[in-house]
Structures are given as C-alpha cells and as structure tokens.
Design a protein around this ligand. Structure first.
Ligand SMILES: Cc1ncc(COP(=O)(O)O)c(C=O)c1O
Length: 393
C-alpha cells in the first residue's frame, strides 16, 4: 500500500522510548492510527488474552467459572483500582459508563437536594442520566464554557448550593482534551455538602489519576480508549465509606452478598462497591481489558504521559505550521492527547482520510486527532499533510 511504503522510505522522525511497542499493534502495518480517544488500538497481548478466554470456554465450559473466571473478575477490580490509586473493594465492574452512571444516579436521594451541576462540555450520556429524571424533580444546572475548551472552577463553585446533590463533570473534556482540576471541583462540591462524580473515560490511562488525592466521591472509566480494553467493560469507583452506606436501587445477583445462596426472598447487598454490580460480566471483554492493562501496568501512566505530552506539542506545532489553529487548552500542562483541528464538514474529511489509511475522528466543527504511546511524529506529518491537501481542494 502506498502509505506503508511512503512511511518505510522516510526515516521515523521523532522516535521516543515507547515507540518500541508499536510493532505489537498490527494496525500500524498499513494504517496511521490517531484515534485512541475513540477506541484504543488492538494490541497482540490483548488478542492473546481473549484467545485464552476462548480456549477456556472451549475446553472447560462452565467449570472454568469457579476458579479461573471468578478470579479474573477479582483481578480486574484490583488492577482497575491500582490505575486510579484505589482499593479493590471500592471498584464495581459495569458494561458501560452509562450503566455505571445509572447505578449512582438511582441511588442518590434528591428530596432535599434536587440539583445536579454539570458543564456544557460533558459527554452527553452523563447529562442525559439526570435530564431523564426531571419527572422525579431533578434539576440539571449547566455551567457554560466561555471558550468551548475549559470551564472555570469558580463558575462551577458558584453553581453549587445547599440544594445540590451532585457535581458531575469530566476529568478530560472529550471535545477539547483540556484537563480539569478534579480536586478543585471536589472541594467546590464538598464545601456545600454535595457529592462529586468524575467521568474519567478520557483520562484514565493517558494522564495519572489518584482518586484519593483528588478526594472525589465517584469516578467512572473503562477499557474502550486509553486502557486498551475494547468495548463492554468499564468500572465505577466509589469512595469507601460512601460505598458502604449508599443503598443501590438498581439490583442484580452480582451485587448480593450471598450470591450463590439463590434466595429470592431478600436482597442483602455486598458491604463494598460490588453492591452496584448487576449481572454476569462479558468475559471476552474482561479478558481483553486484562490484556490491555498489561501494557499500561508495564509502562506506567506517568511514562505514558511524558511521551504523549511531547507528541501533543509536536502535533499542535505541526498543525500550526500548516495554517491550522487547533482548539486546545492554553497552558500545555492542561492539555491531554486530544487535539481538535477546525474543519468544515469534518465527517467527510475523516471518511476521506480513512480511505487513504489515516484513522482520525470527527466531532462538530473539528477533526479530532489523539496520539498515544504507540504513535510517532511521522504519524502527525502524514495525517496533517493529508488533511491539508484534502481541505485545499
Ligand atoms: C467522556 C465519555 N464519557 C462517556 C462516554 C460513553 O460511554 P458509554 O457508551 O460506555 O456509556 C464516552 C464515549 O465514548 C466518552 O467519551
């Protein structure tokens, strides 16, 4: 393919120390992949781990539940916990962020505190969760972003009052890549007795997260993007003391303390975050995530952040040199590995680039590029040149 030979002919400019992992991600054999913030690339270790699950299913059937598969669920809770600095008991597995949010939203009491504060930059599923509770008296208060990149924490603090149950907001905004100071958000919420939930789907794996240092009450994240685990596996962190006292009102047998007593007459929830789990997890997804986490655990998120911070500055500089004005946070420290390049009809531009083997994504008014540790500067050169050429026609 033209793209592959073009790349081979050129030296791999800007190689960094994590670029050695690139050969483990076969998509790079014939594509430029700059779309981890939509879906992390499939690594060989992830594929092997899923094959391990299929082999067990084939050879042992249900008997694998009692030792290997049950243990895999415990291992995943512990490893998710480690990535965000939390104990395994504070982690509940869920099949999607939306489901994890539902578990929280249903458990809160809105009688005296009907308000939920969000910002105009959230991923919509976060907001839908509480908009859909208007009939139950929930009032969603949206704090506007003045620049469509960030939201001043002071504005969030002003929106919180004694009627606020929760502040629900992102760690990294999905359409600007800006990193929000979640500890400051948690303080703003707690100052008025409200709780704080962080949607960290766009941060965990690419920027360090420590739930205890940040003092957040809830945090949701998962496999799809920066944790390289694919679809269908996410988690909910709940602060330990809160996990014990918050009563679920969505329930399933995985949340039951004596799950295998099969007693249909009463439900007694786990004492920890597992009380928010519902039904049988998708094991193929669990295995894919365990495979993806092998990369994360081996490299470490701080080392990933070091590399992606450099790649992001390179991408922004190269885009600028071609006449683009990327929409990113003002201070480099507040930028993550999501770079928005303004473009008319971005969906069409993205389709055109994909036909030529360059995989990026579209969001309203922008082409979205997101480098990860397996990208190199040459990826930026090719993607931006293709985009500039396309747009000039
Ligand atoms: C920040 C963020 N939150 C939530 C979601 C949606 O999560 P789910 O489809 O698992 O409910 C996305 C989309 O991928 C996202 O980018």
């Amino acid at each position: 393919m033209m793209l592959a030979s073009g790349l081979a002919a050129r030296s791999q400019a800007g190689m960094h120390r994590l670029a050695r992992y690139r050969t483990e991600f076969p998509i790079f054999r014939d594509k430029i992949y700059l779309n981890t913030c939509s879906l992390g690339a499939l690594g060989e270790r992830t594929r092997r781990k899923v094959a391990e699950f299929l082999d067990l299913w084939q050879s042992r059937g249900a008997s694998a539940w009692y030792d290997v598969w049950w243990a895999a669920l415990g291992e995943l809770r512990a490893r998710y916990g480690r990535v965000v600095g939390a104990a395994p008991e504070t982690i509940a597995l869920a099949p999607s962020i939306s489901v994890a949010l539902t578990a929280v939203a249903e458990a809160l009491d809105y009688a005296r505190r009907p308000k939920v504060v969000v910002t105009s930059l959230e991923f919509p599923t976060v907001v839908y969760q509480w908009l859909s509770k208007a009939r139950r008296g929930v009032e969603v208060v949206t704090v506007e972003s003045p620049d469509q990149v960030t939201v001043p924490v002071e504005a969030i603090a002003r929106a919180v009052d004694e009627r606020t149950a929760l502040v629900a907001t992102s760690h990294v905004y999905f359409t600007s890549g800006a990193i929000q100071d979640i500890r400051a958000v948690a303080e703003a919420a707690h100052a008025r007795g409200a709780l704080c939930l962080i949607d960290a789907y766009q941060s965990v794996g690419q920027v360090p997260v420590d739930v205890r240092a940040a003092r957040v009450d809830f945090l949701v994240a998962g496999g799809l993007k920066w944790l390289l685990g694919g679809t269908g596996i996410t988690f909910l962190y709940i602060r330990e003391e809160l996990a014990r006292r918050l009563e679920p009102t969505t329930a399933g047998w995985f949340g039951h303390k004596q799950q295998f007593a099969f007693d249909p007459r009463r439900v007694e929830f786990h004492d920890d975050a597992r009380r928010f789990e519902l039904g049988t997890p998708a094991l193929a997804a669990v295995y894919a995530q365990l495979g993806g986490l092998e990369y994360l655990d081996e490299i470490g998120v701080p080392a990933i952040r070091d590399v992606t911070a450099g790649l992001v500055e390179d991408l922004i500089a190269r885009a600028g040199a071609l006449g683009f004005r990327p929409k990113v946070a003002e201070r480099p420290d507040d930028r993550s590995a999501i770079v928005m390049v303004p473009a008319p009809d971005p969906a069409r531009a993205v389709r055109h680039l994909a036909e030529g083997g360059v995989i990026v994504d579209a969001r309203p008014g922008h082409v979205r590029l997101s480098p990860f540790f397996y990208n190199v500067q040459d990826d930026h050169v090719t993607a931006l040149e293709r985009l500039a050429t396309y747009l000039s026609h």
